[in-house]
Design a binder for this molecule. Structure first.
Ligand code: S3P
Length: 201
């Protein structure tokens, strides 16, 4: 698929968009949410956008239409997010674990010049977190099968994740600490919100 270069109006203002990438269980959504709260930036999970548009869950898309259809929807959703960046809203976007591995998606993120942060953790910890989330909330991950398959998939993807602009370890670290590190390393600016009384929140 041929894609156009971002136009001046689509290009993000430098420093007002961050994309979180990495394997399942890396903490992309929880760190993204904490970072959004810290900076008063909008946080978005790309999988939520896909589900809202498709009217079905990621699990249902995989089950009913297959992974290739999910990847097509994922690529289209990413393209829409990128095109919205010029709107001036500062945002943090958590990508699903396979999104950045697709060459076309990584190339689009590069073309827009947005920072991509690879969140990583030891494989056993990633596995444990995914299993705990499945137990606690029934979170369905179609590619969460056996530890052996999980390990193989992680190993094939790791090189792609390493192409991100920055890598941060999340193993055994608090979400708030990781969010603070990202904000500081990238020099992200907090948006000051004012109450009706004019006080800064
Ligand atoms: C996937 C990861 C999931 C979701 C889908 C596919 C993957 O997102 O996008 O199940 O290919 O690794 P999380 O990384 O948020 O679990």
């Amino acid at each position: 698929m041929r894609r156009s270069k971002p136009s001046a109006s689509e290009s993000p203002t430098p420093g007002n968009a961050v994309f979180l990438v990495g394997f399942m269980g890396a903490g992309k959504s929880s760190v993204g949410r904490a970072l959004g709260q810290r900076l008063n930036w909008v946080f978005e999970d790309l999988d939520d956008r896909i589900e809202a548009r498709e009217g079905r869950t990621v699990g249902e898309i995989f089950r009913d239409s297959g992974e290739s259809e999910f990847r097509r929807a994922e690529q289209a959703a990413l393209e829409r997010v990128l095109r919205e960046l010029g709107g001036g809203v500062a945002r943090i976007v958590a990508l699903g674990g396979g999104a950045f591995v697709q060459k076309e998606n990584a190339a689009r993120l590069k073309a827009y010049g947005v920072p991509t942060i690879f969140l990583d953790a030891p494989l056993e910890e990633l596995w444990q977190r995914c299993c705990a989330q499945a137990d606690a909330s029934g979170a369905e991950r179609p590619l969460l099968r056996s530890l052996e398959q999980f390990r193989k998939l992680y190993q094939t993807r790791r090189r792609s994740y390493s192409k991100a602009s920055l890598k941060i370890q999340t193993g055994d670290r608090a979400v708030e600490t990781i969010a603070a590190e990202i904000a500081e390393t990238l020099g992200l600016k907090k948006i000051e919100l004012r109450t009706e009384q004019g006080e800064v929140e």
